[in-house]
Design a protein around this ligand. Structure first.
Ligand code: AMP
Ligand code: GLY
Length: 426
């Protein structure tokens, strides 16, 4: 069968790699793809903001299955559009994707269904905001309602700075676009966990939990990024805790969405804070995480295409996922200057030697082919993944591979997995 993947980052490279391993798959097409994806899939150009163009592409290619990677086309309703054209597509509809595309919707939904999350207020005017901040104790978390590529959350140490930040979101000075709603939230303390589940609209099957490192600097310092590295280990959450999260968070979410006539089919990414009073939902995403996917999929022993099709067909309860034991890590190599401005078009070398390290896969996030030379084409350039029997060994392999890779200004955090290592050494 032919599979079409929409997207162009490290997540889509990992998806294309996993799909290509399926015995049932004869061809993988990725739109628009990138320099690395071109090694496992045929890449074709498409504008991910243009629903008609994506529908035309699906008509021309006739894939048996389409997988949507990023949030942008989901937010525009690509799944609805392709379904209207009679196509089989993995991902939530525009209505179901609201769990990610509107934080106000997500918070109200969580409250309606008694799912644990931080105390909050959704404000549409400055007057509402001024009243709301009075009842929160600093630090106060201020969030843009809509998609903001990781830039929409501001943690404020006083009520005045919270008002200022919210004002910046309302007027558009902070994100470029004016927000109609702003969410004010209680500050939560604890370890963050990315808990991704497959959902067929009725049942959920959790993937391996992962821990992301969102800040650019070592020791979790500096500005937020799209994600600088991630790991999975068998010990990240105890089985009883995973079960609790499924029972009390993931299942009620999927049940609630079905009751409200927006059944959620796709990947439900639950961003959790593990607090002293238990796991609390920080956010939902309606898709595979990036770079979580690059660390999770290499440990999946089951056929990914079978699992995604089971979601579309409402057969997830009959599908069990098998994982390789041990650990995995994905360390992101970024361009100098990221998450601010950076140069592109810089030659990349050493990938051959890097991929010869045992257990290593290099997923491309922002690369392009310039003639015969692979060059940088984004802020996050590569995700170097390694799997092994232990986290220490996975890290050793990933950093050994990274030592082989060169491009001008290459930057990566050398402390990925530091929180888990601290616990292991205790
Ligand atoms: P979000 O997009 O809602 O996940 O927020 C991005 C990041 O902001 C999260 O990964 C957390 O690190 C941080 N964050 C969001 N909400 C809170 C909160 N209520 N308390 C503490 N940190 C938060
Ligand atoms: N790793 C964070 C995200 O995918 O949103």
């Amino acid at each position: 069968m032919k599979v079409l993947i929409l997207g162009s980052g490290g997540r889509e490279h990992a998806l294309a790699w996993a799909v290509a391993r399926s015995e049932r798959v004869t061809e993988v097409v990725c739109a628009p793809g990138n320099g690395g994806i071109a090694q496992v899939a045929r890449c074709v150009p498409v504008n991910l903001k243009d629903l008609d163009a994506m529908a035309r592409l699906a008509k021309a290619e006739q894939p048996a299955l389409t997988i949507v990677g990023p949030e942008l086309p989901l937010s525009l309703g690509i799944v609805d559009t392709l379904q209207q054209h009679g196509r089989r597509v993995f991902g939530p509809t525009q209505g179901a994707a609201m769990l990610e595309t509107s934080k106000g919707f997500a918070k109200r939904f969580l409250q309606r269904h008694n799912i644990p999350t931080a105390k909050y207020a959704v404000c549409a005017t400055t007057a509402e905001l001024e009243r709301a901040v009075e009842v929160f104790h600093p630090p106060i978390v201020v969030k843009a309602d809509g998609l903001a590529a990781g830039k929409g959350v501001i943690i404020c140490t006083s009520r005045d700075t919270a008002l200022e930040a919210a004002h910046g979101l309302f007027t558009g000075t902070l994100l470029g676009e004016a927000e109609r709603q702003v969410v004010i939230e209680e500050f939560l303390e604890g370890d963050e966990v990315s808990f991704l589940c497959l959902s067929d609209g009725k049942h959920v099957t959790p993937l391996l939990p992962a821990q992301d490192h969102k800040r650019i600097g070592e020791g979790d310092t500096g500005p937020n990024t799209g994600g600088m590295g991630v790991y999975t280990t068998d010990g990240l959450l105890e089985p009883a805790m995973r079960e609790w999260i499924v029972r009390h968070i993931a299942e009620p979410t999927v049940r609630g969405m079905a009751e409200e006539d927006t059944p959620f089919v796709g990947v439900l990414y639950v961003g959790l804070m593990m607090t002293a009073r238990g796991p609390q939902v920080l956010e939902f995403n309606a898709r595979f995480g990036d770079p979580e996917t690059q660390a999770i999929l290499p440990r999946l022993e089951t056929d990914l295409v079978d699992a995604l099709e089971a979601c579309i067909d409402g057969r997830l309860s009959e599908t069990a996922l098998r994982w390789s034991p041990g650990a995995s890590v994905c360390v992101v190599a970024s361009s100098a200057g990221y998450p601010g401005g950076y140069k592109t078009g810089l030659p990349i070398s050493g990938l051959g030697a890097a991929t010869r390290v045992a257990g290593v896969q290099v997923f491309h996030a922002g690369t392009a082919q310039a003639g015969s030379q692979l060059v940088t084409a984004g802020g996050r350039v590569l995700g170097v993944t390694a799997i092994a029997e232990s986290l220490e060994e996975a890290l050793r392999r990933a950093y050994q591979a990274l030592a082989e890779i060169e491009f001008e200004g290459i930057y990566y955090r050398r402390d990925i997995g530091h929180r888990a290592l601290k616990t292991l050494r205790r």
